[in-house]
Design a protein around this ligand. Structure first.
Ligand SMILES: Cc1cc2nc3c(=O)[nH]c(=O)nc-3n(C[C@H](O)[C@H](O)[C@H](O)COP(=O)(O)OP(=O)(O)OC[C@H]3O[C@@H](n4cnc5c(N)ncnc54)[C@H](O)[C@@H]3O)c2cc1C
Length: 460
């Protein structure tokens, strides 16, 4: 059966307006936000508008044994949407309806193409929020963030995407539509298949509807900027804040390379002589916020830091503008930005920060480190140039060591960016042979033909 026949069937199922085949359009779907991965062209891109159309696409893909790659906004950082083996890219952006906001049950039901921020805008008048907030909150889709189990800046206090997904509708690799979970707070009916599909990176099925948990918006917040002249002091302050029983909504770190690059880029008045800064926000009811902010200030001073509380909304905004600018600012420095998200237990954060400094020195690389320090989730960002083969060899060696160290410290390969293509070769390091076998059996059971996002996480 030919590619022409495949495309003809897709056009019959979805209409010409939902099938893209022009070469120059296909190029846009050959890559995502991930550097240093292959970028082959897909054969065709489809833009279904409802679950039934998604099911039709999967049935056709199965008939032709053609790979299918679900895609939202393509902002993932692990090569998750790259059409490695050619075939069909399935774009969710036309399935962008908020189907229901239910303040009594504190849930929203959405289609996968809804942008995360759009959901938050829609629930704000009800005094509610959907907390998962990756840096790409204004562009990333609900479907992509559920499939990636995205984290974000508020993960420390509020958790990550999997803590907010209560129900899913999924088109399985056999073309059938299944529904798991729903609006009930409690649900222990059989295996937790909602969690299995959350974070499955498009390898087990296509998410077509999401029931998400909402929570009351915090009444107020206090943002603070803490400055340190050593990485050890910053690391100890992170541990000290948590040990003093304060769980900030956000507790982020930037090292000196990142501070200087961000200040040069965003001009928000960061202390460029500091070895590290912490960006901290506590939120909740005013009395608790006041008490927690004081506790944070005390810990920072005890750890030889200085701290400034944002006086007004503008100063608060400056702090978060600086944090959001971290990756774009670093990315300006050199043509290729290799960003990792190895994560360690919080108690090991100082050790990991110092290790990253040694790695930069050992391999003579520019590494800026920032990230969700309160979660132990650092983003060492290697600034390089993919065309420089000799430097890329050093980059790969440095990345190997970073992952090995994270696992050795009792951590994980990925706190939030997922495995995709980029980290698949390191999986056994964390899961061992028996764990890999479980992954392979799940994949084989649900997708025996290997059509669903092949080459990501685990291959059949
Ligand atoms: C500047 C920048 C900052 C970032 N900050 C963060 C951060 O703070 N925290 C964080 O966790 N991530 C972050 N990310 C990574 C990324 O933005 C998130 O993972 C985001 O949630 C991906 O959403 P998306 O719509 O772009 O998904 P895509 O990139 O399109 O897809 C992501 C994965 O989900 C699969 N997929 C997409 N839609 C579906 C569907 N409907 N059904 C099944 N599978 C599907 C894809 O196949 C792919 O494997 C950042 C990325 C960038 C570029």
């Amino acid at each position: 059966m030919s590619k022409k026949q495949l495309i003809q069937e897709l056009v019959e199922a979805l209409g010409q307006e939902n099938v893209i085949t022009e070469q120059e359009d296909l190029v846009c779907y050959s890559f995502d936000a991930t550097p240093d991965v292959p970028n082959p062209l897909p054969d065709v891109v489809v833009t279904p508008t409802c679950t039934e159309e998604v099911a039709k696409v999967v049935t056709i893909a199965l008939k032709y044994k053609t790979p299918i790659y679900p895609r939202g906004s393509g902002t993932n950082l692990c090569g998750g949407t790259v059409p490695l083996k050619g075939g069909i890219v399935l774009l969710s952006l036309k399935m962008n309806k908020i189907l229901e906001i239910d303040p009594e049950n504190l849930v929203a039901v959405v289609q996968p193409g809804v942008i995360i921020q759009h959901l938050n805008n829609a629930v704000a008048p009800h005094g509610l929020i959907y907390p998962p907030d990756p840096g790409t909150v204004t562009t990333a889709t609900m479907g992509g963030s559920v499939a990636e189990c995205a984290g974000g800046l508020r993960g420390l206090k509020y958790g990550v995407t999997k803590h907010y997904i209560m129900g899913l509708e999924v088109v399985l690799p056999n073309g059938k539509v299944a529904r798991f979970g729903g609006k009930t707070v409690k649900n222990v009916t059989a295996y937790d298949l909602v969690k299995l599909f959350t974070g499955s990176e498009g390898t087990l099925g296509i998410i077509t509807e999401i029931t998400a948990k909402l929570i009351p918006a915090p009444e107020t917040a206090a943002a603070m900027l803490a400055t340190f002249s050593s990485l050890e002091d910053a690391g100890n302050a992170i541990k000290g804040i948590i040990s003093s029983k304060v769980i900030p909504a956000t507790l982020e770190i930037m090292d000196q390379v990142t501070i200087r690059t961000v200040e040069n880029f965003a001009k928000v008045g960061l202390p460029t002589d500091a070895k590290a800064i912490l960006l901290i926000e506590v939120d909740g009811i005013p009395e608790v916020v006041a008490r927690e902010a004081e506790a944070v200030e005390k810990v920072v001073i005890e750890n030889n830091g200085s701290i400034k509380r944002a006086k007004d909304e503008q100063e608060r905004e400056n702090i978060w503008t600086a944090r959001r600018a971290a990756l774009p600012a670093l990315a300006q420095f050199k043509p290729t930005t290799v960003l990792e998200d190895a994560t360690v237990p919080r108690s090991k954060i100082t050790e990991m920060l110092l290790f990253l400094e040694q790695i930069a020195e050992k391999y003579k690389l520019d590494i800026g480190t920032f990230g969700h320090a309160g979660d132990g989730n650092l983003h060492p960002t290697i600034l390089t140039d993919a065309r420089d083969k000799e430097e890329m060899e050093r980059v790969h060696k440095a990345v190997d060591e970073i992952f090995a160290k994270a696992v050795e410290l009792g951590g994980t390969l990925s706190g939030e960016h997922g495995i995709g293509i980029a980290k698949a070769k390191y999986l056994e390091l964390e899961l061992g042979e028996a764990g890999m076998d479980v992954l392979r059996r799940i994949k084989n059971a649900l997708d025996p033909e290997g059509i669903m996002n092949p080459g990501k996480i685990i291959s059949n």
